[in-house]
Design a protein around this ligand. Structure first.
Ligand SMILES: Cc1ncc(COP(=O)(O)O)c(C=O)c1O
Length: 457
């Protein structure tokens, strides 16, 4: 019998068996009133809020409470952020300590930053041992791109259809975002190519198996024919989060790594969403034993405190000197304390291991759900990163966005706080969630899917 101890969430002092608890149909009157006051001035809401304009007041562990006292199971972790649950005492106390001791010292050395970089060098794979810190995922991505350019002396970057890397100009130019807001043209030298999607493959072998080699061969041809021959490398999400938890086939990243090495290209992994335990590894690419040259880390890194990181392999670390790497907030003592405490909690509570147990449990339930509901085209899950793709017809795989919206709102109304994404439902519970609560969350989703089938046909 395993003697491994996992987090019990005792610290949250919440009986999740009593959650959700909806006392007023949400959004209730207090939520509505505050939302109205707030949005008089606060503009540019995400669809997550527009589709369910509730006002949250507090959170503890896997529980969220709105202004009317409704209690929700948290299946979003903010937006893939609070991986350890809301207000883990070790993380909160670490932030509070430095809020009272030393808030900012630009990029001067501090003892807490020293402890953090030593810890990162210990837990990250291979020779990913050079670091710089930022305050947003997109800032870490931009710095990673600057490192790629400095290390290679080249400018062009290749990303993939449906990838997302943030909202600054270079990052968004490598993303599937169609909006005039970001400019009508991508930044020069930004390319996008298809990547293997197991549910919607572009190229298969005669046996019907996704043909990763064909994708790699296409990249080779594309670089020869469609670029100006100045390619620094690839920038990819290991699993496409915003795209809808799209998982690559197991041979994709090992083959891409080999191809990059052979062709003299760098490989940057954008692990802002997938890193720091979300899939049961520090880096998602560890599932396939691949070490990227550059990696961006964010979201769960500080469990809610805005701290992100760029990690670079040893041979390319001199590039940090060429990119004016420091920033106003990067590596401030509160941020370092949050990231160090989050990392230690993952280690102390054996959460990487537990995340696999949670993921296997949820995948089993998701597969059973798929059997019962014809509008479910595909389910996927790695650790606590999950997706359900809704289709009008399993044969044609035509997306069913109306069902996606319906299911999101219906489940939210029944006490599940989560994330909408068109026809793909995305789930990212804190990795500390117990198995019964996770099953209850999925049950709420299944009930909403059944209601969608009934009302939308
Ligand atoms: C893969 C990935 N990269 C970068 C970003 C940008 O991070 P941030 O919103 O912290 O700037 C995101 C945000 O969702 C992301 O999912």
């Amino acid at each position: 019998m395993s003697t491994t101890r996992f987090s019990t969430l005792d610290w949250a002092k919440v009986d999740l068996r009593q959650v959700p608890n909806i006392v007023v149909p949400p959004p209730g009157p207090r939520s509505k009133a505050t939302h109205e006051r707030c949005t008089k001035y606060f503009k540019g809401l995400s669809s997550q809020v527009k589709l369910f304009p509730v006002c949250f007041e507090s959170g503890k562990g896997c529980l969220l409470v709105d202004a009317d006292g409704n209690q929700y199971i948290d299946f979003s972790s903010g937006i893939y952020v609070t991986t350890l649950g809301h207000c883990h005492p070790k993380v909160s106390e670490a932030i509070a300590k430095y809020a009272n001791k030393l808030m900012n010292a630009h990029d001067f050395t501090t003892p807490i930053k020293t402890l953090l970089v030593e810890k990162l060098a210990e837990v990250l794979p291979g020779d990913l041992t050079g670091f710089q810190f930022y305050d947003a995922g997109t800032a870490a991505v931009e710095a990673g791109l600057r490192v790629m350019r400095a290390a290679s002396g080249k400018n062009e970057m290749i990303s993939c259809y449906y990838d997302f890397h943030g909202k600054t100009y270079n990052a968004v130019s490598l993303a599937h975002v169609r909006s005039q807001v970001y400019g009508r043209v991508r930044a020069p030298g930004s390319h996008m190519v298809p990547r293997p999607d197991r549910y919607r493959p572009l190229w298969c072998t005669e046996d019907g198996i996704i043909d990763t080699d064909r994708y790699i061969a296409f990249y080779d041809e594309y670089i020869d024919k469609a670029t100006v021959g100045d390619v620094a490398g690839f920038v990819l999400e290991p699993i496409q989060g915003w795209g809808g938890s799209i998982m690559p086939p197991d041979d994709f990243f090992p083959k891409l790594r080999k191809y990059c090495d052979e062709r003299g290209l760098l490989l940057m992994a954008d692990e802002v969403l997938t890193g720091w335990g979300r899939t049961g590894k520090w880096l998602c690419l560890e599932h396939w034993d691949v070490v990227p040259d550059v990696v961006s880390i964010g979201k769960g890194f500080g469990n809610g405190f805005p701290v992100t990181c760029v990690a670079v392999r040893e041979p390319h670390q001199e590039s940090f000197e060429k990119i004016s790497a420091s920033s106003s907030y990067g590596g401030n003592p509160m941020a370092c304390a949050a990231a160090l405490a989050s990392t230690e909690v993952i280690q102390e509570e054996n959460l990487l291991e537990y995340c696999h147990i949670l993921g296997s449990h949820c995948l089993k339930i998701l597969n059973q759900m798929k059997e019962r509901h014809p509008i479910i085209g595909d389910v996927r899950c790695k650790g606590a990163l999950m997706g359900i793709e809704l289709v009008k017809d399993r044969k044609t795989k035509e997306p069913f966005p109306e069902a996606g919206e319906f299911v999101y709102q219906h489940a939210f109304g029944n006490g599940l706080a989560w994330i909408p994404a068109g026809h793909i439902l995305r789930m990212s519970p804190p990795i500390v969630m117990d198995l019964d609560t996770a099953a209850k969350g999925l049950e709420i989703i299944e009930e909403a899917i059944a209601a969608a089938e009934k009302s939308l046909g």
